[in-house]
Design a protein. Sequence first.
Length: 230
Amino acid sequence: MDEELLQQIEQAIDYKFHDRDLLVRAFTHSSSVDNRLLSNERLEFLGDSILAVVICQSLYEQFPSYLEGDLTKIKSMLVSRRTCARVAKELGLHEHLKVGKGMVNSRSLSGSLAAGVLEAVIAVIYIDGGFEAARTFLLSCFAEMIEQANREQTQDNFKSLLQQYAQQEFSVTPGYVLLDEKGPDHDKCFETQVAIRDRHFPSAWGTNKKEAEQKAAFNALVELGVIEET
């Protein structure tokens, strides 16, 4: 890589390297070298782990009312190969990847290879500048997507939304009361009601307990004025 190209990459990722050999390695695919140890494969491995740690920490701190399952769903989307490839393409990183002749026109350049480049870049920033440098880079790339994922998560997850609201406004966690169940064992339906402290909200029926709780949470959110009934 020449000086101009290295500067373009540094500008795109908003980080200036002390050791630019690391940056060159991050953009070297195994198909372009005889020894795979000279490629970015090992860097991808490291970068993938750093990405997971930063995203997990960010989600844990930003969404204190989310349960493990909610956090896991958002994290899985954010650290996926598809999302990493999207970030790499937005930064134009895939355009600078050095590949073998047979892969120049490969579709994977905008897919899995692009994702790998991002992971490698995460790793070399970490090696060159430490964890905080890598964290700053990642949050600048993923902040908007974290908020988007949160909106998508809560849009149809009324239990999570109600839990957030109740903890913020009342400093309590909502309770779910099973009021009734009907039908044979193979085809039961359940009636559930939300209780927040001494206040009880309109009940709802569902074909299983989870569905009934979601519907009951929706009723509570409507009565609290958090969302409008559609």
